[in-house]
Design a protein around this ligand. Sequence first.
Ligand code: COA
Length: 178
Amino acid sequence: MVLDLEEPYRYIRKLRDDDLASLLEWDEDNEITQLSGKKFERTNSLHVAWWHDLMSSPARLGFAIQTEDGQLIGDIELEHITWRNGEAELRVSIGDKRYWNRGYGSGAIREVLEVAYVHYGLNRIYLRVNRDNYRAIRVYEKVGFRKVAMLSATGHLTGRTSLILMESRAYQYAELKA
Ligand SMILES: CC(C)(COP(=O)(O)OP(=O)(O)OC[C@H]1O[C@@H](n2cnc3c(N)ncnc32)[C@H](O)[C@@H]1OP(=O)(O)O)[C@@H](O)C(=O)NCCC(=O)NCCS
């Protein structure tokens, strides 16, 4: 799903068709894909399928991460949303590296947590992060995520890295905001 944000958000906006070209370009950057995983396979049809699924699936909610003037610098998504349990997995990536370490990631995650907990009534957001992705771990802790488990990577990452499972809960988010 792509949400038409009614309220003015500072760091996130609706994803548009013309954003896909930049997402594709960043998906070819090894430094980024080592940190956040690869979104698309290399054939055209698969990124088109990815986009259609994002637009239509009730289990996905994606946003652009933007600068002050609406320029796309990355994307952030709630995926594997299970509405009955009120849970979703968070994935975030700033593809334009000039904007790393400038507060955009923390800002975008905070706004997505607001959408998830306040607008959609979800109760738990979790994520998986490489054990040595210190910047991302710092950001997640800053916005209220806690480490809950160590995981072994599977698939093409088997044996190459370990992942940390982190989670945030709606009541903790409300306490942080108060
Ligand atoms: C991870 C990511 C979303 C963070 O967004 P960002 O806008 O760069 O982060 P912010 O500017 O909001 O915050 C960065 C924080 O990390 C800290 N930091 C930066 N490098 C660090 C390091 N090597 N070790 C520890 N902390 C570090 C900064 O000091 C800052 O914390 P502070 O505000 O307390 O000073 C973004 O950098 C990114 O997309 N990276 C590439 C893909 C990725 O790693 N995605 C996450 C996959 S799980």
